[in-house]
Ligand binder design. Structure first.
Ligand SMILES: *Cc1c(COP(=O)(O)O)cnc(C)c1O
Length: 399
């Protein structure tokens, strides 16, 4: 059995996770697990990761006290963990650099990845350019159209972008295609997954690389306030920025975790991407977890105004946190996220990505009901430059 914050030997967090993959990938996952365990035991690996975090990504990112925002709401102090200031504009680079280092260490020269909105693809393209690896990024052709600036960025950094025209032509289909590529080219290829999803050991590895967020937050809170925060609030797509923030506080039982899912057009409409708040347990992309499926067991179409949250599944560790009550999960709609987005632009002069705008909205509501001696840390997982068209569209709808 898992012991709270580690999966068991078969890769289960409680009853979630595992390795539901074709036989041909079992050996590749074993090889990966072995290589990762060795890397963790090698000080030089951690040293190189932290060196690149500092020199290349620009870490530590600030823990910023949003005074104007806090004052306007008139309750708890709100702090922002500024992942939007990381290189390439979001937290995804932490994991991309960590896994690209692992790929190089394993002697794999060809790296494949999936991307939805393109943020993970951009991070992988950057990390592979840096480390001299060939990157191939699968992306649904619907997303290629919606996110053309990111496609351009990936190509500029030397990545090959392969368009996927199956299924709903979005992230879940891109993952299917990447898995297919991996099965075919398993010998020389490293699959660089972008969130805490997929078969073991991905949920563990990605969480470990992203845990730099929570480790820094912990140190920064203690240095500036000499105490831990009362609440951690983060948006949940696959679940990596949230677990990266939460995990280093797992044993600090007084620190409450709140994961914010995409409520889309409202949970009652069925048009959302909130598997933890409105889904059930099943198997998707190699792991058992909460997900969105219909009565025939078919994966449902999802919707969110935030492309990075538009995914029908969620990492197994979150499902475990939900069941043991370590974290609470809520859903915030598209319209509410737009409110959260505007609130941060207006009060702080910071344009957030639409994904963390969900967390901002929820945290602002929460802060209003708390006394001024309480603190809330929001993971500001990315900057909003990529979403300006989306916001322009939201405005048109209102007018
Ligand atoms: C991809 C993305 C997310 C969602 O992914 P998680 O794995 O849940 O963190 C959230 N915010 C931003 C800015 C993203 O790019």
């Amino acid at each position: 059995m898992s012991t709270g914050d580690r999966p068991d030997v078969r890769g289960y967090f409680g009853e979630y996770g595992g390795k539901f993959v074709p036989e041909t990938l079992m050996a590749a996952l074993d090889e990966l697990e072995h290589a990762y365990r060795e890397a963790c035991a090698d000080e030089s690996f951690a040293h190189e990761f932290h060196h690149l975090c500092h020199e290349y990504i620009g870490r530590p990112t600030p823990l910023y006290h949003a005074r104007q925002l806090s004052e306007q709401i008139g309750g708890a102090a709100i702090l922002l963990k500024r992942e939007d200031l990381a290189h390439t504009g979001a937290h995804k680079i932490n994991n991309a650099v960590g896994q690209a280092l692992l790929a190089r260490r394993m002697g794999k020269k060809r790296v494949i990845a999936e991307t939805g909105a393109g943020q993970h693809g951009v991070a992988v393209a950057a990390a592979c350019a840096l480390l001299g690896l060939k990157a191939i990024v699968y992306m649904g052709d619907e997303d290629i159209e919606r996110q053309s600036p990111n496609v351009h960025r990936m190509k500029l950094m030397g990545a090959e972008v392969r368009s996927v025209s199956s299924g709903s032509r979005t992230l879940k289909d891109a993952i299917n295609e990447a898995i297919r590529d991996w099965v075919t080219n398993v010998g020389d290829t490293y699959y660089l997954l972008g969130s805490v999803v997929g078969p073991h050991p991905y949920p563990l590895m990605v969480r470990d690389f992203q845990a730099v967020i929570g480790q820094e937050t912990r140190e920064q809170m203690l240095a500036a306030y000499n105490r831990l925060p009362d609440y951690l609030v983060a948006c949940v797509g696959g679940g990596s920025n949230s677990l990266g923030l939460f995990h280093p506080f797992f044993n600090d039982r007084k620190v409450e975790f709140i994961g914010v899912e995409a409520g889309g057009r409202g949970l009652e409409t069925g048009s959302h991407a909130a598997p933890l708040t409105a889904g059930r347990v099943g198997v998707l992309h190699g792991a058992k977890s909460y997900l969105l499926e219909d009565d025939n067991g078919q994966i449902r179409e999802t919707h969110s105004i935030a492309p990075g949250l538009d995914y029908p599944g969620v990492g197994p560790e979150h499902s475990y946190y939900k069941d043991i009550g370590r974290a609470r999960y809520v859903a915030v709609t598209d319209a509410q996220a737009v409110e959260g987005f505007r609130l941060l632009c207006d009060t702080e002069g910071i344009i957030p990505a639409m994904e963390p705008a969900h967390a901002i909205y929820h945290a602002a509501r929460l802060a209003a009901d708390l006394s001024t001696d309480k603190t809330i840390v929001i993971n500001l997982s990315g900057r909003g430059d990529k979403d300006l068209d989306i916001i322009a569209g939201a405005k048109d709808k209102k007018a």
